[in-house]
Design a protein around this ligand. Structure first.
Ligand code: PEP
Ligand code: MN
Length: 262
C-alpha cells in the first residue's frame, strides 16, 4: 500500500492550513522533551515568528537509561496543546505505548513513533486504528525495506496518513551520533508515495552541522526537516548537547530560507 506501484501520486497530508508533501518544505522544530509551560511557550513564540507551523516536543520519552528524565506524560501533551492553540501551531509528540494512541489523538495533530519502536508491531497496529497522521521514524538499525514494511503495518491497519522520517542509523562512525543516510531520501521517495522528513538533530547529534545536513536533505527531495530547539539547551532534561538555542535556531532558519529562495 505504501508503494509507488500502488499509487503514483505523492500523498499529501493536511495539518490545519499546512500541507505536507506539496513541494513546500516543512520544518518541524521544538524541544527534545516538554519540561514546562514556560519552556514550550518560549519555543512556540519563536516558531510562530519564524513562520514554522509544526512544533515538536516529547512527553513520553524513550530514554536509554531508566534513571534519566522519562517525560511529563499526559501533562506534557496538555502543555503542547495549550501552546499550539495559543500560537496556532500544529503539534507532534511521541507515543510509546499502544494503549496511549487513542488518548494522544485528543491532544496532538501528529503522533510520532520513534526509532526504538519502529518494529513495535502492536504499536504500529494501534497507530493504524486512528485517523491522526503518524510520523514514523526509521529504526536505529533498520534497512529501508524494514522501514517501509513498518509503514505498511500502519497503512494496512487503516491509517493512510503516514510520514516517514530518516533519523540516522548506527554505523562505526563516532564523530556523529548516528550516520545520516541521505541516500534513503531519494530511495524512499522513489519507492513510496509517502512524505519523507529528515531529523537532522538525532541523526547527527551535532548542532554545528544542522544547516548543511538540512540543505542536503531538501536537495535530495525531502518534504521537510525536523530539529530540536530549546530556550536554554545547557539545562535541558534530555539531549542537552544537541539542541539549538533560540538565536542559533533563528540563524538556521535564515540559512534554510536563503537556500529555498535561491
Ligand atoms: C525524538 O524525536 O524525540 C526521538 C527520541 O528521536 P528518535 O526516536 O529518532 O531517537
Ligand atoms: Mn532528542
Amino acid at each position: 500500500l505504501v508503494s509507488r506501484k500502488k499509487q503514483a501520486t505523492d500523498t499529501m497530508i493536511q495539518l490545519g492550513t499546512t500541507k505536507v508533501g506539496n513541494g513546500t518544505p516543512q520544518i518541524i522544530a521544538g524541544p527534545c522533551s516538554v519540561e514546562s509551560e514556560e519552556q514550550v511557550f518560549a519555543v512556540a513564540k519563536v516558531l510562530k515568528e519564524q513562520g514554522v507551523s509544526i512544533m515538536r516536543g516529547g512527553a513520553f520519552k524513550p530514554r536509554t537509561s531508566p534513571y534519566d528524565f522519562q517525560g511529563l506524560g499526559v501533562e506534557g501533551l496538555k502543555i503542547l496543546r495549550k501552546a499550539a492553540d495559543h500560537y496556532d501551531l500544529q503539534v507532534i509528540s511521541e507515543v510509546v505505548s499502544p494503549s496511549d494512541i487513542e488518548m494522544a489523538t485528543e491532544f496532538v495533530d501528529v503522533i510520532q513513533i520513534g526509532a526504538r519502536n519502529m518494529q513495535n508491531f502492536e504499536l504500529l497496529k494501534a497507530a493504524g486504528t486512528v485517523n491522526t497522521p503518524i510520523l514514523l521514524k526509521r529504526g536505529l538499525a533498520a534497512t529501508i525495506e524494514e522501514f517501509l514494511f513498518a509503514a505498511e503495518y500502519i497503512v494496512s491497519n487503516g491509517n493512510a496518513n503516514v510520514m516517514l522520517c530518516e533519523r540516522g542509523i548506527r554505523t562505526y562512525e563516532k564523530w556523529t551520533r548516528n550516520t545520516l543516510d541521505i541516500s534513503a531520501v531519494p530511495i524512499l521517495k522513489n519507492e513510496s508515495h509517502l512524505p519523507v522528513f529528515v531529523d537532522v538533530t538525532h541523526s547527527t547529534g551535532r548542532r554545528d552541522i544542522l544547516l548543511p545536513c538540512a540543505k542536503a536533505a531538501l536537495a535530495a527531495g525531502a518534504d521537510g526537516v525536523m530539529l530540536e530547539v530549546h530556550p536554554n539547551p545547557s539545562v535541558a532534561l534530555s539531549d542537552a548537547k544537541q539542541q539549538l538555542d533560540i538565536p542559533s535556531f533563528e540563524a538556521f532558519m535564515a540559512g534554510i530560507k536563503q537556500s529555498i529562495d535561491a
